[in-house]
Design a protein around this ligand. Sequence first.
Ligand code: AMP
Length: 512
Amino acid sequence: MPVIGIDLGTSNTCVAVVKNGVPQVILDDKGRSTLPSVMSLNKKGQFFIGYLAKAQMSVQPERTVHSAKRLLGQRFDSEEVQRILPFLSYSIMPSQDQMTCVMLGEQCLSPTEISAAILKKVKTLAENALGEPVHQAVISVPAHFDNKQRQETKHAAELAGLEVTRLINEPTAAALAYGYGTDMTKTIAVYDFGGGTFDISVLEIGEGIYNVLATGGDTFLGGNDFNQAIADKICDRFKKTTRIDLGIHSLAKQRILDAAEFAKMQLSSADQTLIDLPGIVPDIDPKYAIREVLTRAELEKLCTPLVERSFKICRNVFESAGLKKDDIDEVILVGGMTRMPLIRRMVRDWFGIAPNTAINPDEAVGIGAAIQAMALDNDEDVVLLLDVIPLTLSIETAGGVCIPLIPKNTKVPHRVSRVFTTSRDNQESVIISIFQGEGRHVEDNTRLATFELSGIRPARRMEPQIEVSLRIDVSGILSVTAIDLETKQSQSVQVVDMSMRALEALESEEQP
Ligand code: AMP
């Protein structure tokens, strides 16, 4: 039975497989290599996924969900969600466990369920193309995806009837697509600019080994920000001449965003394009229209600061890994945004070498996932991935100070144990909180899990010895165990998220 590779992207999803040693993208019945990661609900209560759903975006924006990946595994009150909230054309709200859920008609769906629907659609697509059932997949995730986001991706796959044999980091997958079947030995940078996120990874590749040296990214930087920048400019101009704020007209807002994206893509090959939106606020007056020319030069001026932000991240990643730009033999471009001439030019200027544009930026990640799927399925040593964790994992100690246990860029799988103790006499239990991030204090980091180890024998402060172990598997998923070394009482948790679910998942077990 084939094992497929899936690039579950913010904007588009791509599915691939390796057949007779040859990686190939699975095309739909119209020959298209990607599926829009969009879900809509029509007035009759029918759900649509992909192209049909995307077509609904400017007709029924409030019933069409796009970019659900940005909400995956996110608490409603998180910075990420609060930042994108004003720009969403559909409604979201906190779920019972304070995570984010999407309102589609009367239904409240989690981003995980929406991702599951997209995965189910590509699973069926693959089954139709391959003529046999598919039950297993390798799925790619952004390198900086945290534990919760990884867990939810796996959960979405399970809901879609797919067992995830591994999660693979997107830039690592792209490197695999680039290096597979060659005998090159190189240090490469994978510059991945997608619809919602930016990632940079540096890898050494050679003899089938893909060794990630460093990785970093920004969940707030992607093609959507470019679309928004263009749309904001259009809305500002419109407001100046008409005093009408289009921001409160959801249909107009979505039409402008769509037109902005279309213009941005056109300007990758044309010097100028016309943005033509008749009847933009028909409720007020059908005569109001937007009709303006956008040139590539204007677009580039508007978007240069966004591209510069990507290099700030590159600089940080290079510095923290002790790398120099001269170390890089090749820069691989991944993600739809790297089709933009401005990005290609700025990448060349920053790295001092022309980027490699030979691989298809929309397909490379899916292909890499398929290569990893094949290697795991065949138990073949054709590829060996030595990936890293993107963010430091630490434990909270007195005063809300985070003590790092596993620094970022540590290779996975990895296991570490450290012994802690109590701070009060006769303390019967300790609360263990694990955080992710580079800050020194808890408020600067993301809480991954909190659990209680109870049953500690009465003793003077500093006497009990509590060993906390963190284990990260090859998919970058963390589990934590705490054990009282004297009583052997232990608690372990596979980290799902910081809220009630993590606590419910607690298991008490006696150490042998
Ligand atoms: P991805 O998440 O990798 O599928 O990338 C999707 C992003 O790439 C979206 O923001 C698209 O608008 C953008 N994109 C796709 N094609 C082009 C193009 N030809 N020029 C500029 N941006 C593009």
